[in-house]
Design a protein around this ligand. Structure first.
Ligand code: PEP
Ligand code: MN
Length: 339
C-alpha cells in the first residue's frame, strides 16, 4: 500500500507514519516528490490497522498498489528515475538518450582500448564488454575474467566512459563491482534470484536484461528483487525474446518500450545486437528503439567482426557506429530529446 502525505507534511510527521508502519512489520520506502511525500509500504498487510495510519497527522489517504511489482511501479512513483552512470555521471532516464557500445567480449588490451577510443569519439557515453561470458557451449570463449575487468577499468580511465560488464555469479560480484560502473545481469540470469539479491546489495547501478522467454511481469518482478534488496538503480534492457521466427536470432519487441514506460519509472535501454543477431539489421532497430522512446541503446561494436571471439555476426564496426550517431541524434531530436 501507499501512504500519501498531504503537501507540506513535515519530516517529523513523515517519520511518525514510518514508525507506525514499522510497528506493523512493514518495510517503508519514502519517496520525496516535488509536491508531496509518499511512503510505499511493503510486506504482509493483513495485521495493519489502516485507520490508525489514515488518522495520523497530515496523512491524506492510503491506496493499494495493484501491480505485483511494487517499488518498480508507476503507481508508487510517477517521476521517471534517472540513474547516473560512470565517472561523468551520465543520467540514463533523463531527457538525453545515452548510447553504450563496445565488443561482446573483452579480447585483449589493444582491442578494448581502440574500441573505447572509437566509441568515445563517436559520442557514446558507455563502454560495454564482457569479461565473464555466459556461453551456450562450454567450449566457446568464456571471457578473460579478472584480466578483462582490469582492461575495462583501464579503458574507463583513458576515456571517461561508463563501463558496463556482466556479472554471472554471486561469488564474483565483489570483484566485478571493483571494476565496473554498471553491473549487467544477462538474459540467462534474469531469474537467478540469489544473483539479483546480491545485486541489490552491490551499490552499483544494474542493467537487467530481459530473460529469453520472460514476460514483462516476470522481468519487472526480477527488478523488484534488486530494488527490494536495497538498490533502486535498475535499468531495464530489452534484448529480444525467443520466438518461432528464425530469420533473426531473437525477435525484438519494441512495443515493450512504451508499455514499460507506462508501467515503470525505471529507465529502459534496448539492445538491437542481441535483439536481431545480424549486423545489417542493427542500425534500423537502433533508430526504431530511439523513436519508440528508449532511454538508451547498448550496441555491440567490433573493429574486425569476422574475427570476433563472440557475437561477430551481430557486431557493427566503429565506422558504422560513427555513421549511425548523427542519425540517432536526429531521431532523438524528432521526439523532443537529444543526445
Ligand atoms: C551480452 O550482452 O553479450 C549477452 C550475453 O547478452 P544477453 O544476456 O542479452 O544474451
Ligand atoms: Mn554478445
Amino acid at each position: 500500500m501507499i501512504v500519501v502525505m498531504k503537501p507540506g507534511a513535515s519530516k517529523d510527521q513523515v517519520q511518525h507514519v514510518i514508525d507506525l508502519v514499522r510497528e506493523y512489520g512493514l518495510k517503508e520506502h519514502p519517496i520525496v516528490g516535488t509536491d508531496r511525500t509518499v511512503i510505499a509500504c511493503i510486506g504482509d498487510k493483513r495485521a495493519v490497522d489502516k485507520g490508525a495510519i489514515e488518522n495520523a497527522p497530515m496523512v491524506e489517504k492510503i491506496v493499494p498498489i495493484l501491480a505485483p511489482y511494487k517499488m518498480a511501479s508507476t503507481e508508487v512513483k510517477q517521476e521517471r528515475s534517472q540513474i547516473e552512470i560512470g565517472p561523468e555521471k551520465f543520467p540514463i532516464g533523463g531527457p538525453k538518450v545515452g548510447i553504450i557500445a563496445g565488443p561482446c567480449a573483452v579480447e585483449n588490451e589493444a582491442q578494448i582500448m581502440q574500441t573505447a577510443e572509437a566509441v568515445k569519439q563517436a559520442g557514446c557515453i558507455g563502454l560495454r564488454g564482457g569479461a565473464y561470458k555466459p556461453r551456450t557451449s562450454p567450449y566457446s570463449f568464456q571471457g578473460l575474467r579478472e584480466e578483462g575487468l582490469k582492461l575495462l577499468a583501464k579503458a574507463r580511465d583513458a576515456t571517461g566512459l561508463a563501463v558496463v560488464t556482466e556479472v554471472i555469479s554471486v561469488e564474483t560480484m565483489d570483484l566485478v563491482c571493483e571494476h565496473a560502473d554498471v553491473l549487467q545481469i544477462g538474459a540467462r540470469n534474469m531469474q537467478n534470484y540469489p544473483l539479483l539479491e546480491a545485486a541489490g546489495e552491490a551499490g552499483k547501478p544494474v542493467l537487467l536484461k530481459r530473460g529469453l522467454s520472460s514476460t514483462l511481469n516476470e522481468w519487472l518482478l526480477a527488478a523488484e528483487y534488486i530494488i527490494n534488496g536495497g538498490n533502486k538503480n535498475v535499468i531495464l534492457c530489452e534484448r529480444g525474446i525467443r520466438t518461432y521466427e528464425d530469420y533473426c536470432r531473437n525477435t525484438l519487441p519494441l512495443t515493450a518500450v512504451p508499455e514499460l514506460n507506462e508501467r515503470t519509472h525505471l529507465p529502459v535501454v534496448v539492445d538491437p545486437s542481441h535483439g536481431t543477431g545480424h549486423a545489417h539489421l542493427v542500425p534500423a532497430m537502433c533508430r526504431a528503439a530511439v523513436a519508440a522512446g528508449a532511454d538508451g541503446l547498448i550496441v555491440e561494436v567490433h573493429h574486425d567482426p569476422e574475427h570476433a571471439m563472440s557475437d561477430g555476426a551481430q557486431s557493427i564496426t566503429p565506422a558504422a557506429m560513427v555513421g549511425l550517431m548523427p542519425v540517432l541524434n536526429r531521431m532523438a531530436t524528432a521526439i523532443g530529446r537529444d543526445m
